[in-house]
Every structure is written in structure tokens, then in C-alpha cells.
Design a binder for this molecule. Structure first.
Ligand code: NDP
Length: 301
């Protein structure tokens, strides 16, 4: 959707761009089917966290839409770490399963890192295994975290070539901030990473052509943080309570930021749909790598 007021940033339409990605995945799934290859994604949910239930349901629904077989595994909240590890070992060994996704967060008594690193890296469709993290940093084609991959696609569709642009990533988590910064560097941006210890973060941010925000603080970034014309990707998903009920907002104050930015992702409808699309793309790539119809290539840094 383009803004009718030229003074306001245009929306970056994550729904439309994710639909394009899903179409691409669907087409490639059909090509694989002609070779009797049927990609399958196993999703493991431990416990009954309501938000996780919604995420898992959406992932399974989208998988079906693109022709990817999905298998749902549920363990009770009281499942032990060993129960989870045993199931992962079983899925690792199953040649008909190409992707394994463990829905996070796990119950507090289970060590998330131990679970993530138990997944065979070639089935790690979240891209969190240390082998995939290392490959990403070295510029080797690996399974890459879905949210940053989705953000890169939004940026490429919005800006075209990103080479030489200055990007500021706010947040340095393993699942968003760090891989995001690495992918931007790979795309020849100059990259700064801002975090809770950064001194004068707004000044750093005002130097950026591209701002990617993954902080987890509702509406923290407003127009005063932005250079005129900046492109803003808001990864944040926060539920806030207002007089009229609850609603979702990003880490960016959308109404304020769009008076200065040239393009911005809305929340919802921006980054969220891209994350699921890239999960399915990773499942496709994982099955291609496992069946030898795709070979890894190194990306020049
Ligand atoms: P984390 O809590 O793991 O990381 C937050 C990061 O923000 C940390 O690096 C932290 O810095 C930094 N930070 C916190 N406060 C400030 C501050 N005042 N100034 C600058 N930096 C600050 O969050 P995630 O990366 O997992 O998620 C971030 C947001 O993105 C959340 O809202 C989450 O819900 C959303 N999300 C959305 C997804 C989607 O599909 N749309 C997928 C994944 C996440 P430090 O390291 O110094 O503590």
C-alpha cells in the first residue's frame, strides 16, 4: 500500500511480499514432487503456551498451503529434557523429515540451548544451531534464521541494491539482531549495532539509511531517532492495553516515525508474515540439500 500523503512514509506490505515468497516455495515444491521428493516439516510444541499455540497453528496452515507436509508433535508441560531430546533424535534419524522446528520458549526446566544443538544442523530450519550460525558469519549458504531473512527480502524489495547503505540494527539477540547485522554486512551495507549499553543511541540511529528494530519495547523508536527518508523495519511484536482494549504494536511508534521515514513496516502485517514464509523456504532448501538437488555455495564477503 502506498501512502496518499507524500509527506508520510509508504507501508512495506509484508503480507503481499510474503505471498510472493510462498508462491516461489509452492512452485519449487511442485518441481520436487515431480522427482518424488516431498518436503516435510516437524513442529514440536512443549506445553500449552497460548501464543505458541497460535504461532504453531499458523505455521502448519501455511505449510499445507504451499504443499509442504507437516507433522505436529506435542509434549506436555511436564515433559523432561530427555523426552524432548529423545524425540529430536528420532526426527533426526527419520529420512522422511526434512525440517525440525522446536517452538520457543520451552518450559523453564528445559535447557533451550541443549535442545537447539541436538537438532541435526541440516534439519535446523530455524537456523539457530551453532554450525549454521558459524556458516552464516563465514558467508556459506546455510539455513538462516527466518525473521532476519524475511527482513532482508523486505529491504531488497523496497530499496533494491543495498550496497553502501548505512544500516543500524537496534537489538543484538541471537535470533534477530546478530544474524540481521550479518546479513546486512553480506549485502555490502555499513552496519552499526545498537543495544542497551550504547551511548546516545538516537544519534547513531539518525545516521542510518536503514533502521531495523528488534528490542521488545513498545513504540520506543519515534521520529526523533530517524534521518529523513530512512527505511524502517519494525520487528517488534508487543501487546499493549489501551482504553479500548488490547492491541499489537511494534517497537517503533508508527504514527510518529512515518512522518520522517520514506518506508516503514506496519505491525501487524509487516515482518510477521515474512517469518513464516522463510520458515517454509528453509524447509524447502533443507530438503533440497538433503536430497542433493541443491549444493551449498559460498557467498563472497
Ligand atoms: P531480546 O529480548 O532477545 O533482545 C532485545 C535486544 O534489545 C537486546 O539485544 C537488548 O540489548 C536490546 N535493548 C533492550 N533495551 C534497549 C534499549 N533501551 N536501547 C537499545 N537496545 C535495547 O528480543 P528478540 O530479539 O527476541 O525480539 C525483539 C522483538 O522482536 C520482540 O518484540 C519480539 O516479540 C519480536 N520478534 C518478532 C518476530 C517476528 O516474526 N515479527 C520474531 C522474533 C522476535 P542488550 O543485549 O544489551 O540487553
Amino acid at each position: 500500500m502506498t501512502s496518499t500523503n507524500p509527506a508520510l512514509a509508504r507501508d512495506i506490505d509484508g503480507k503481499a511480499i510474503s505471498a510472493k515468497v510462498l508462491d516461489e516455495v509452492r512452485e519449487e515444491v511442485q518441481v520436487l514432487a515431480r522427482q518424488q521428493i516431498y518436503p516435510a516439516l516437524a513442529v514440536l510444541l512443549v506445553g500449552e503456551d497460548p501464543a505458541s499455540e497460535v504461532y504453531v497453528r499458523n505455521k502448519l496452515l501455511r505449510a499445507k498451503e504451499v504443499g509442504i507436509r507437516s507433522l505436529e508433535y506435542r509434549l506436555p508441560e511436564i515433559a523432561s529434557q530427555n523426552d524432548v531430546l529423545q524425540l529430536i533424535a528420532q526426527l533426526n534419524a527419520d529420512v522422511t523429515v526434512n525440517g525440525i522446528l522446536v517452538q520457543l520458549p520451552l518450559p523453564a526446566h528445559i535447557d533451550e540451548a541443549a535442545v537447539i544443538h541436538a537438532i541435526d544442523p541440516i534439519k535446523d530450519v530455524d537456523g539457530f544451531h551453532r554450525e549454521n550460525v558459524g556458516g552464516l558469519v563465514q558467508g556459506i549458504e546455510v539455513l538462516t534464521p527466518c525473521t532476519p531473512s524475511g527482513c532482508m527480502r523486505l529491504l531488497q524489495e523496497t530499496c533494491g541494491d543495498l550496497s553502501g547503505l548505512h544500516a543500524v540494527v537496534i537489538g543484538r539477540s541471537n535470533i534477530v539482531g546478530k544474524p540481521m547485522a550479518t546479513l546486512l554486512l553480506q549485502a555490502d551495507c555499513s552496519v552499526s549495532v545498537v543495544h542497551s549499553r550504547s551511548v546516545d543511541a538516537p544519534t547513531l540511529c539518525r545516521m542510518a539509511d536503514i533502521v531495523v528494530v528488534a528490542v521488545g519495547r513498545p513504540q520506543m523508536i519515534d521520529a526523533s531517532w530517524l534521518k529523513p527518508g530512512a527505511v524502517v523495519i519494525d520487528v517488534g511484536i508487543n501487546r499493549i492495553t489501551t482504553a479500548s482494549g488490547t492491541r499489537l504494536v511494534g517497537d517503533v511508534d508508527y504514527a510518529s516515525a512515518r512522518t520522517v521515514a520514506s518506508a516503514i513496516t506496519p505491525v501487524p502485517g509487516g515482518v510477521g508474515p515474512m517469518t513464516i514464509a522463510y520458515l517454509l523456504k528453509n524447509t524447502l532448501v533443507a530438503s533440497q540439500l538433503q536430497r542433493g538437488v541443491r549444493t551449498r555455495h559460498s557467498m563472497p564477503l
